[in-house]
Design a protein around this ligand. Structure first.
Ligand code: FAD
Length: 428
């Protein structure tokens, strides 16, 4: 086995890993290694050839590969080591990383700090148990995205998409532009899981129907998909038999959720949040294991890559502080709780030191679409701040600051709670 030593090992060379590694280098860390299992850096962005990336970060509308390219160039300029085609198999709590590739064979790398940046994977047909036969032509929307945008294959000609998350919406437009007939996008819930701008630009602009409160109840076909039976669902999301209809199609694309890739994290003893599916972290994006950090989609699923970059900078900076030894002993612990109409908050807790009481941005999602609301932040049952929001969608991440002057006065052990309430409700 080959043995190596690095100050920092970053697992995953997507936008999260790239920004974290760059930031750590900027902060003075030498000997950084990025490990990526694919043949190139950039992560999932390399297959996202549509535009819409970088509006926050660069004030420009870039495609996914363009956005990735900017960070890849920065990492190359900083001479950060990269191992491609290398799969990380295990991480231990004492920060040993086991990986394998065909040139080095097995590698054991001892790191001082590790950043987890493995992204997420898509839920498949098996995860949602669609009944019927098992023909070719049923795949995740991301798989189809890779076939079309990177490998040059069109997976089918008559397409139905189940799930109206962003990847599903973007693939509806892509399949249409490539000449396929997109019969419909079906969504189980009464509202779409995608960003409003994607519904307009990917469905409305091409007259692709969106059928809310609908699902697939049977798959037909032996060798190849021949059609599907779809049905409307009731308020309990149960299919209504009388509404069943058959749609002829040769391809069913699934866009039914993303799962943070945390098998390595769990094996290392990293505690996960069952709401996000990612590690429980403090404001430095440090997990329960000192020196193991997490950022990007492995931490929680992001809708915009710009937020991935912001968050990964925090992880990179914090890992640098940990390595360089510039960290105080942890002082006060404050828990953050997702209250009414909030599905989760990241970070889940603050572990602030007296000399580091600075603004912390909270990343959160509303649990249902709501209009004219207030995001209410309270501590010890007392309202501290209330921020107006015209519109909240589960698909759109909200970023709200906890200002420095607020953090300054928080006592050890206190709980900060965030609720989303309709305007006027909390005044009654
Ligand atoms: C199919 C799909 C399509 C998407 N489309 C869009 C879009 O159009 N617009 C948008 O804003 N966002 C999109 N997203 C969201 C997008 O994932 C994030 O914006 C961003 O790419 C997340 O960055 P990341 O670095 O956390 O993850 P990723 O980009 O997924 O990068 C993670 C990297 O880690 C590597 N890795 C994982 N496990 C290991 C291991 N054990 N060893 C070595 N390497 C490993 C992976 O190969 C990958 O390169 C999409 C996500 C998916 C899954």
């Amino acid at each position: 086995m080959n043995r190596l030593d690095y100050n920092l090992v970053v697992i995953g060379g997507g936008p999260a890993g790239l920004a974290a590694a760059y930031e750590a280098k900027e902060e003075g860390v030498e000997d950084i290694l990025i490990i990526e299992r694919d043949f190139e850096l950039g992560g999932i962005l390399q297959q996202c050839i549509h535009n819409g990336f970088g509006l926050h970060e660069f004030k420009e509308e870039l495609t996914g590969p363009e956005y990735a390219d900017r960070f890849i160039k920065m990492v190359v300029e900083k001479k950060i080591d990269v191992k491609l085609n290398t799969m990380v198999l295990e991480v231990t709590d004492d920060k040993r990383v086991y990986a394998v590739n065909k040139d080095d064979g097995m590698l054991e790398i001892q790191a001082q700090a590790v950043i987890l940046a493995m992204g997420c994977r898509e839920r498949t047909r098996e995860a949602i148990n669609i009944p019927g036969t098992r023909p070719a032509g049923v795949m995740t929307a991301g798989t189809a995205q890779r076939y079309v945008n990177m490998e040059g294959y069109l997976p089918g000609k008559e397409v139905v998409i189940l799930g109206s998350g962003d990847i599903g919406l973007i693939m509806a437009r892509r399949m249409h532009l490539e000449g396929a007939e997109v019969e419909a996008v079906l969504e189980l819930l009464p509202y779409s899981g995608g960003l409003p701008r994607n519904i307009v630009q990917c469905l409305d602009d091409f007259e692709i129907p969106l059928k809310l409160s609908h699902t697939v109840v049977e798959i037909h076909g032996k060798e190849r998909l021949e059609g599907i039976t779809v049905a409307q669902v009731d308020d309990n999301l149960k299919p209504i038999k009388e509404t069943e209809e058959y749609i002829k199609c040769d391809t069913l694309l699934l866009s039914v959720g993303l799962i943070p890739e945390n098998e390595l994290s769990e094996e290392a003893g990293v505690k996960l949040d069952n709401k996000t599916g990612g590690p429980l972290v403090n404001e430095n994006r440090e997990t329960n294991i000192p020196g193991i950090f997490a950022c990007g989609n492995v931490l929680h699923v992001h809708d915009l890559v710009d937020y991935v970059t912001q968050e990964s900078r925090i992880a990179g900076k914090s890992a640098a502080k940990y390595i360089i030894g510039n960290v105080d002993r942890r002082k006060e612990e404050i828990n953050l709780t997702a209250g009414e109409n909030v599905s989760y908050i990241v970070p889940q807790k603050l572990e602030i030191k007296d000399n580091e009481r600075k603004r912390v941005d909270l990343y959160m999602r509303g649990s249902k679409p709501m209009e004219q609301v207030k995001v209410v932040i309270s501590a010890g049952g007392e309202e501290i701040m209330s921020l107006k929001e015209r519109h909240v969608e589960p698909a759109e991440m909200l970023v709200k600051p906890l200002p420095q002057n607020f953090i300054k006065d928080l006592a050890d052990g206190s709980e900060v709670r965030v609720d989303i309430v309709r305007e006027g409700e909390d005044d009654e």
